[in-house]
Design a protein around this ligand. Structure first.
Ligand code: FMN
Length: 320
């Protein structure tokens, strides 16, 4: 008989039956995958980003393939809060996994209002705050690239909800640890690392940008080492649970994220290649823990050794 592994994890106040979640925007609202996999087995479903009002998104084309990843400029198309609550939340409530609603806005007040309205609803287990959006009041600079703006949004959400709060950070910054520390000081429950990296592709023959929007976000295997580094660095410096995301394709990639310091993982673009990727990651992760004779999957979190580096690994890596 195979060994029973405790797959449960805790991300602050958010308790999940296992550490496998879907990444926002890559799994619709879950219902689309019913029949393709056992959606109910997942630890959590993270919804597509929800704004106060519906958004139509960017001009086509919105997706372009690159050698080791995907460029997207969907532009945060979504049905808005009301549409989400009426059409999407009823199914999610019954689905089984924890429901994490990803929220976005143009102003701090938008985030506060979304947090307040979602707090009044049954079936919302946690919020994930996308701070990679342009701050209209600050001339369009992304909230996530400034520690004080990132902290302000995090505080506004925490003050307006009783639910656990994850803040999703952008890797498009010089000092991710500084942003993580500023957010961690706001009593959030965890950090999701990372969102997409800014990228662009151009057709060499026509000279036309491959995305209607020109610039987009790069996801997929190309960004996995960036995600692993981000998780590792933040885990070394910030005492807060981390949800790892970015280029995870297999169960062994999930193990890599956990070892770097994540407490849970999100499966994103992998779902576009294999619709049941999240399911495969979950069963593969359980099998890995059994092979390694681990009693609990959470034992993998932070289990990494960095050979040959004494003292502060970050500093010496920079000095090299
Ligand atoms: C088509 C698409 C739409 C996305 N939409 C959102 C979104 O609405 N909110 C958000 O926080 N992240 C969004 N993301 C980012 C993903 O959740 C994830 O952070 C990123 O794709 C990196 O993970 P991956 O390489 O596993 O896909 C989106 C990504 C893609 C590819």
């Amino acid at each position: 008989m195979s060994q029973v592994v405790d797959m449960g994890v805790r991300i602050g106040r958010l308790v999940l039956k296992n550490p496998v979640m879907t990444a926002s925007g890559t799994f619709g609202f879950g219902v689309e995958y019913e029949g393709l996999m056992d959606v109910g087995a997942l630890g959590a479903i993270v919804t597509k980003g929800i704004s106060l009002e519906p958004r139509l998104g960017n001009p086509a084309p919105r997706i372009a393939e690159t050698p080791a990843g995907l460029l997207n400029a969907v532009g945060l198309q979504n049905p808005g809060l009301e549409g989400f609550v009426e059409d999407k939340l009823p199914w999610l409530r019954r689905a089984g996994p924890a429901v994490v609603v990803n929220i976005l806005g143009d102003r701090v007040e938008d985030y506060a209002s979304l947090a307040r309205q979602l707090d009044a609803l049954d079936g919302v287990d946690a919020l994930e705050v996308n701070i990679s959006c342009p701050n209209v009041a600050a001339g369009g600079i992304a909230f996530g690239s400034d520690p004080s703006a990132a902290a302000e949004i995090s505080a506004a959400v925490v003050e307006n909800t009783t639910r656990p709060v994850l803040v999703k950070l952008s890797p498009n910054v010089t000092d991710l640890v500084a942003i993580a520390k500023a957010v961690a000081a706001q009593r959030v429950d965890g950090l999701t690392l990372i969102n997409t990296l800014r990228g662009m592709a151009i057709d060499p023959h026509t000279g036309e940008a491959r995305l209607g929007n020109g610039i987009g976000g790069l996801s997929g295997p190309a960004i996995r080492p960036v995600a692993v580094r981000a998780i590792y660095e933040v885990h070394q410096e910030v005492d807060l649970p981390i949800v790892g995301c970015g280029g995870l394709m297999t169960a062994l990639d999930a193990v890599e994220f956990l070892r770097a310091g994540a407490s849970a993982v999100q499966v994103g673009s992998a779902t576009f290649r294999r619709p049941d990727a999240a399911s495969e990651v979950l069963s593969g992760l359980r099998a890995f823990c059994q092979e390694q004779q681990l009693d609990a999957c959470s034992l993998l979190t932070g289990a990494v050794s960095v050979r040959g580096v004494k003292g502060d690994p970050r500093k010496e890596a920079q000095d090299a």
